[in-house]
Design a protein around this ligand. Structure first.
Ligand code: NAI
Ligand code: MG
Length: 493
């Protein structure tokens, strides 16, 4: 059922925008890509490949090499070989390479932004203003740490771990690469990274940046493929560390695989964050934060504010204003600079979102969706809001990973905390209130790795990020993130 009739008429004028497409030709996409192993692009051992497409048009973008176990072997061997030299370089020297990479990402930012938008489907406004600049910021930040590791709180002379196998998802391809590669390299480790199968292109362009920066061969290798390639990497017995971001199911399988091996692991998995709005919150500001919380990046965000908890006495006001504001969002061509909502990343993800939202209605929630036309080709889902959501319903418990918000209400701070924590996850939360003391009390009681106050989805390299419970363990970013790539120094007796 759609509930558009309950929304008051728009009082704000609606604006018509002329098309403002970003130039697509700022990036040249090679028709086929090899694996990046030992500093050069090589053919995969068994010659296989797969296609990556643009989810907004279903256009074929490029063929990408499919790495098998022999390629994983080669990449890990290259990383092992490079480790000796890289880990012995002084922090100052390693820092110089990282600064160089950071500057190259800035110089080539437009190219990266267009490529990310084409391969992923997210709006150019986001790749241009968030993904790419934040990825560069992660390299700058960790470049600064490289020669200061003695002061990271891990004792003098902390040691690098060795070779890291890193697996990243498709929702923030280059940004997740930077969260993994920058701290690993700053701490003297070498890496083999596997990007997601639907979004490999910016990682392969990053490989070119490594060449441009003269990074010693083997310090970074990039192998492409799907789950089987990832599983071959995590099963490799010459890794010292595994870093994974993705689904809880795969995270659990990795945990089982490495149990007893002594290998270090960090897992950053899913979430079902509560965005909590109290009646004294600045409502208009909160509306922007709710929208940013769940409709940013089509809701493909592990820390998305997918459950809105509103204090009961302002519930109707907040929901009405939210729908009004949603009415002004523009969905469509992600390369258009005025687009707010882009394409869903893949047909498989669209299917998952569709299936889960169908259970929402079946379980009695009221569905509202943005009344807008959808492009004919590509994978699209209308921004959707569910009200009358039961706490135990699937749309309140499971990660949908799409532009879908479930609204619940509460009366007291205690009830808000109980409902917010009633989830198997524990990655993030948001609190909207005028009272500083309440923010601190809530942050103390919410079981979430990150708690945002009067804002949402802010990412900064100086701030550690990671979860509790089924959201995984380990932190990325900040001083805490360094600990995931260093061994504290052994103190002589
Ligand atoms: P996924 O966990 O299968 O994929 C993430 C990465 O892991 C990809 O690079 C994939 O190739 C790799 N992978 C898959 N199976 C593997 C295995 N057995 N061993 C090692 N690596 C493996 O996630 P998927 O299927 O793309 O999305 C499913 C759901 O997972 C989403 O609907 C969402 O709820 C959640 N998800 C959460 C993410 C997060 O940021 N926390 C990111 C992506 C998905
Ligand atoms: Mg793609």
């Amino acid at each position: 059922m759609t509930a558009t009739s309950s929304v008051p008429d728009l009082i704000t004028p609606t604006w018509e925008y002329a098309p403002a497409p970003e130039a697509r030709d700022v990036v040249t996409i090679r028709p086929s890509h090899g694996l990046f192993i030992g500093g050069e692009f090589v053919d995969p051992a068994d010659g296989g490949s797969f296609a990556t497409i643009s989810p907004s048009t279903e256009e074929h973008l490029a063929e990408v090499a499919l790495a098998g176990p022999r390629d994983v072997d080669r990449a890990v061997a290259a990383a092992r070989k490079a480790f000796t030299g890289w880990s012995k370089l002084s922090g100052t020297e390693r820092g110089k390479y990282l600064y160089r990479i950071a500057r190259l990402l800035q110089e080539r930012a437009r190219e990266f932004a267009v490529l990310e938008t084409l391969d992923n489907g997210k709006p150019i406004r986001e790749t241009r203003d968030v993904d790419i600049p934040t990825a560069a910021a992660f390299f700058f930040y960790h470049a600064g740490w490289a020669d200061k590791l003695d002061w990271a709180g891990l004792g003098p002379n902390p040691r690098s771990l060795g070779v890291a196998g890193q697996i990243i998802p498709w929702n923030f391809p280059l940004l997740m690469l930077s969260w993994k590669v920058a701290p690993a390299l700053a701490c003297g480790n070498t890496v083999v990274l596997k990007p997601a199968e639907t979004t490999p292109l910016t990682a392969l362009l990053f490989a070119e940046v490594c060449q441009q920066a003269d990074l010693p061969p083997g310090v970074v290798s990039i192998i492409t493929g799907a789950g089987e390639t990832g599983a071959a990497l995590t099963a490799h017995d010459d890794l010292d560390k595994i870093a994974f971001t993705g689904s809880t199911a795969v995270g659990k399988s990795i945990q089982r695989q490495v149990a007893g091996s002594g290998r270090r692991v960090t897992l950053e998995l899913g979430g079902k964050a509560a965005n909590i709005v109290f009646d004294d919150a600045p409502i208009d500001q909160a509306i922007e934060g709710i929208i940013d919380g769940i409709f940013f990046n089509q809701g493909h965000v592990c820390c998305a504010g997918s459950r809105l908890l509103v204090q009961e006495n302002v519930h109707d006001l907040v929901v009405d204003r939210l729908k009004q504001r949603l009415g002004t969002l523009r969905l469509g061509d992600p390369l258009d600079k005025n687009t707010d909502v882009g394409a869903v990343n893949s047909a498989a993800q669209l299917e998952r979102i569709t299936a889960l939202t169908d259970t929402g209605e079946a379980e009695g929630a009221t569905r509202w969706e943005l009344d807008c036309p959808l492009p004919e080709r590509g994978f699209w889902f209308r921004p959707t809001v569910f009200t009358d959501v039961g706490q135990s319903s699937r749309i309140a418990q499971e990660e949908i990973f799409g532009p879908v918000l479930s609204v619940l209400s509460f009366r007291t701070p205690d009830e808000a905390v109980a409902k917010a924590n009633n989830t198997p996850y524990g990655l993030s939360a948001g609190v909207w209130t005028e009272k500083g003391s309440r923010i601190l009390w809530m942050a103390d009681h919410l079981r979430a790795g990150v708690v945002w106050a009067n804002t949402f989805n802010r990412f900064d390299p100086t701030s550690p990020f990671g979860g509790y419970k089924e959201s995984g363990f380990g932190r990325e970013g900040g001083r805490h993130g360094l600990a995931a790539y260093l061994e504290p120094a052994e103190v002589d007796a």
